[in-house]
Design a protein around this ligand. Structure first.
Ligand SMILES: NC(=O)c1ccc[n+]([C@@H]2O[C@H](COP(=O)([O-])OP(=O)(O)OC[C@H]3O[C@@H](n4cnc5c(N)ncnc54)[C@H](OP(=O)(O)O)[C@@H]3O)[C@@H](O)[C@H]2O)c1
Length: 266
């Protein structure tokens, strides 16, 4: 149980990541509700939380926080389909956890009432890397529009109290860095999957790392991966940089082969 006040948190999008976050929030003593495209009534019953099939009824509940865990690709549609005029508390804190940040920031600022608070976050871990706890895992956040500092700080405390490394940065800075790091990681994992790499009887440690990378990236949905590209304006350049780097490495090898064996071996 966390020693900060209990929050009423409504989760929108109760897929793999929404459920993963919910478990720790329940453990900490927060009161949760959820809504999603798919009917998760049974899962919610098992977790002891209320599930709303109807987003209108969900939004009428008196939530302190609405936590959006929908996919990057569906985010605009999910938000636009919420009857925001029915919000009981217009000062509700809206939080998103998307793996890109400029896109939800722009949409939230555009569609939410001026009184609503906005916190854009990216927990830099998931059900696999966070399965044994969140200690020392990175949690990025940007306080985009906060009037009620207390609720925002109580929400951030959920992650800080689990031992996350809390990193405050702008959504733009996040997307620049994530295009060079997370997007490239996923792209290499997906590329290795396209090559059908499998572990062999003579694996090196390096190759074991690659097969592990392939397996972990393929556990995430293609929706998630494509969102990293479509909604991060810095990703296209990084994909080109990767392609050019592979061309240069190949060129270096071909050049060396020519020097060694002569041009006829091309
Ligand atoms: N997985 C991770 O490790 C991780 C880490 C950090 C952040 N995130 C972020 O967390 C969010 C959820 O990720 P995820 O791993 O659960 O997988 P995801 O494939 O990115 O998103 C699945 C969620 O999106 C909803 N969704 C998808 N298409 C929809 C549509 N057309 N209309 C309405 N809802 C739709 C799904 O609802 P239903 O289940 O009801 O169909 C489900 O709740 C993403 O924004 C992702 O970037 C994920």
């Amino acid at each position: 149980m966390s020693n900060s006040p209990s929050l009423k948190i409504g989760i929108v999008g109760f897929g793999s990541f929404g459920q993963f976050l919910a478990k720790t929030m329940i453990k900490q003593g927060h009161t949760l509700t959820a809504t999603s495209r798919t009917d998760y009534s049974h899962t919610c019953l098992q977790l002891g939380i209320q599930f709303f099939r109807d987003v209108g009824t969900f939004i009428e509940a008196n939530n302190d926080v609405i936590l959006i865990c929908a996919s990057i690709m569906s985010f605009t549609k999910v938000l636009s389909s919420m009857p925001l005029a029915c919000l009981k508390k217009p000062t509700t804190l809206f939080v998103d956890v998307l793996s890109v940040k400029e896109h939800p920031r722009e949409v939230l600022l555009r569609v939410l009432p001026e009184e609503s608070d906005i916190l854009c976050t990216h927990p830099m871990f998931g059900p696999e890397s966070g399965k044994n706890g969140w200690k020392d895992l990175n949690f990025m956040y940007d306080k985009v529009r906060i009037h009620d500092e207390a609720t925002c700080s109580n929400f951030l405390h959920i992650f800080a109290s689990e031992g996350c490394k809390m990193l405050q940065m702008s959504c733009e800075e996040h997307d620049k860095i994530a295009a060079k790091s997370q997007f490239i990681t996923h792209t290499i994992g997906r590329t290795l999957a396209e090559m059908d790499i499998e572990s062999t009887p003579i694996d090196t440690k390096g190759f074991q790392t690659l097969t592990q990378l392939k397996n972990t990236t393929m556990r995430d949905s293609f929706d998630l991966y494509s969102g990293l590209f479509v909604h991060n304006r810095f990703a296209k350049q990084e994909l080109e940089n990767l392609q050019r780097a592979l061309d240069r490495v190949k060129e270096m090898l071909v050049q060396r082969m020519r020097e060694e064996l002569g041009p006829e071996k091309d």
